[in-house]
Every structure is written in C-alpha cells, then in structure tokens.
Design a protein around this ligand. Structure first.
Ligand code: 9MR
Length: 365
C-alpha cells in the first residue's frame, strides 16, 4: 500500500501540475506586448532559486525581463573590502539564460544599501578605490551576461540638484560620468542606464537631463534612462510622464519604466526614498481584509491610462518592469509602514489577474 507521505507528495504534484496548467490559461503579458516593449519584474531569492515550480512557470510565462530586487546591491554582493558574494547573482544570470529572460543588473552605484564597511571610511582615496573596484569587478563579471545595468541609481534630489551621497561628497560631481566610464570599460557588451524615481517631475527631470548631457559631452556611453514609476492611485502624473518620454528620447536614449507599481494605501509624501518612514496609526492599513471595488476600479483605470500612453510611445520605450510579481511580493507591504496589505500590481496574492490586468491586456487587442 502507498504510504501517506507518498500519497501527499503525489497530491502535491497533481496540484502543482494543475496550478501550472491553470496559469497557462491566463494571457501572457510578455507575449501580448512582444512587438512593443519587454515586460519585466523584480525577483527575490525564493523566485531566483526556483523554490516553487508554479511560481517559476508563472514568471516565465508572464515576463521577458527581470531585475534583482536586492541581491546585486553593493551591501549584499560586496560585503567586505576584497570580499564578493556572487552566488545569488550567478543564479539569477543562469535563471535568465535558461528561461530566456533579459536581466537588468541593479545597481552598481547607489547611496543606499552600501556595504557596512563603507561607514568607517572617511578618505577620498579609499572611497575612490571602493568605487572603482566595485564597478570593475561586478560589471566585469557580468559583462554581456546581464542585458543592461542601472549604472547609477537615485543620484538626484527632488529639485534636480545632486544628492549629497558619500560619492558626491568624496568624489565630486563628476562621479556619475566616471561611473559610466568605468562601466563602459568593464561591461562593453551590456547596455548602460541612469535610473531614478520622480525623474518625470519637471525639476528632477531637468537635473536628470543635465546629468545625461554631461555624460554624453564626455563621450561616454549611456544607452537609456529608467523612470522607476512608484506612483499613487488616482494621481498619475500622465502629462509629466509623456513630456519626459519625449525629452529623454530626444537625447537619443531608450526610455524604460523600471520599478512600476501604483500605491493604493495612504501616504503623506511622494516618491520612493527608502530612508523615509511614516508613523503607523489606525488609518494606515485600511484594506487588510480586502480591496474595496472602488479602489480596484481606480487601479484599473490608472493602469489602463498608463499603458495607453506607453503604447502611444512604444517606439521610444524599450521595457516596462513591475516591482514585484504579485501584490504579496511588493515592498509596499512594508514601506513606509511595516506590515500593511498593499495592492499595487496586476496580479493578486494568488497570481490571479486583477481588473487592472484585464484592462491592460484589452489594449493589445
Ligand atoms: O524592493 C526593495 C526592498 O526589498 C529593499 O528593502 C529596499 C532597500 O534596499 O529597496 C527596494 O527596492 C528599491 C530599489 O532598489 C530602488 N528604488 C526604490 C525601490 C523601492 O524602495
């Protein structure tokens, strides 16, 4: 007679197979937008390690591009002066190769999630050594293995001036151009991008354009600009987004939406500065037991308007990446308040399509 554990295993397999088969009946974003732009997602460790076959099948069916949500950030990939931890990034590259998914390396230079050892460093020489070695080593290892790099991430303030990061402080305002120069040398076969949030807003956009022009004037390669796209339901800055697509494309760059999500929970500020937090109160987690239909419909209206705009400018847009596979994965469940229930993406916590997904897909018919 079959043991109980064997029977359970068989049942689990049947469920997995059923789950995979069911997911195949959902229209595929990457196929529907195949002629327009890549459709990406952010991936976490569990997904990269393919711990759940249903999730893997789902990702592979829906997405043609992927960005590591955390594992290529300096703090994780470069934990000590001469110590690198490539294990997860290698797995990600292999995941991309195996499943025909283009990987965007995120990110070479960012003021946040830096290695711990950087905090004790207060000399220009040492910061420069870290900066140079980091870019050479990481960009060099994955040259051509990642399709592209977010070479510099979030270097701008809201008013368009340069953020006072450790890099600006010690290396001066040429550091962004220098980062691209180093990346170009180390990774000649990967595309090179500047990435930020709110850089569709006029003042920040002007600062972003100044940065890009400076890189170009130095004869250094920059292939594209990423607008992260952490926006709020009912408050999409569509005019600014369109103007930004036009202005960035006029510089000869590819435009990407790199971390798309639409927040439905209350927040008293805009943007995605991970250092910013909000104090929790009774109103901060209003939809813990489900999303009201009115908000669900608002999300659908917003995503529809956004993708309409993306399709209008598909000749200038090369990729649209969602910041997470489904609502359950989103960083917005824990920021700027921990433990909330957010609904910012196209798939619910069970990978089921939401009304917003249907609206987006309908645009491709
Ligand atoms: O989603 C990421 C979250 O898991 C991390 O805790 C956080 C801090 O490193 O970074 C989040 O991703 C950020 C991305 O790397 C850059 N733009 C803003 C994103 C959301 O904070």
């Amino acid at each position: 007679m079959m043991s109980l554990s064997t029977a359970l295993l068989l049942l689990a397999n049947v469920n997995t197979e059923q789950g995979i088969a069911l997911a195949q009946t959902i229209p595929s974003l990457k196929d529907k937008f195949k002629k327009d732009f890549l459709i990406g997602t952010a991936l976490n460790n569990t997904q990269i390690e393919e711990r759940d076959p249903q999730t893997t099948a789902f990702i592979v069916r829906q997405f043609s591009a992927a960005t590591p949500e955390n594992i290529m950030k300096a703090g994780l990939i470069h934990p000590g002066w001469d110590k690198y931890n490539f294990e997860m990034a290698d797995k990600l590259v292999e995941f991309g190769r195996k499943h025909n998914i283009k990987i965007n390396g995120h990110t070479l230079v960012w003021h946040s999630q830096l290695p711990f050892f950087i905090r004790g460093i207060h000399s220009q020489d040492s910061i420069r050594t870290f900066f140079t070695n980091h870019i050479k080593t990481v960009a060099g290892r994955y040259d051509g293995k990642v399709f592209s790099w977010d070479v510099v991430n979030e270097a701008l303030n809201e008013d368009g001036t340069l953020r006072k990061s450790v890099f600006l402080q010690y290396l001066g305002d040429d550091y962004i151009t220098e980062a691209f120069r180093l990346a170009q040398r180390a990774s000649p076969k990967s595309e090179l991008y500047y990435n930020d949030y709110n850089n569709e807003q006029p003042a920040k956009r002007a600062g972003c354009i100044a940065v890009i022009k400076k890189i170009q004037a130095a004869n250094v390669r920059i292939d594209g600009v990423g607008i992260q796209g952490h926006w709020h339901a009912g408050r999409l800055p569509l005019k600014d987004i369109e103007e930004s697509i036009l202005q960035y494309a006029a510089l000869g760059l590819k435009v990407m939406f790199t971390e798309l999500d639409i927040e439905v929970l209350p927040r008293n500020f805009q943007g995605a500065d991970v250092g910013q937090r909000m104090v929790a109160n009774e109103q901060s987690n209003p939809y813990a037991s489900g999303l009201p239909d009115s908000v669900q419909q608002q999300l659908a209206v917003d995503y529809e308007a956004l993708f309409k705009l993306f399709l209008k400018h598909k000749d200038k847009i090369s990729r649209v990446t969602f910041w997470g596979v489904n609502d359950g994965d989103s960083w917005l469940n824990n920021w700027p308040v921990r433990g909330r229930t957010s609904y910012p993406l196209l798939f619910d916590r069970n990978n089921q399509p939401k009304p917003a997904f249907e609206k987006v897909i309908a645009l491709t018919k």
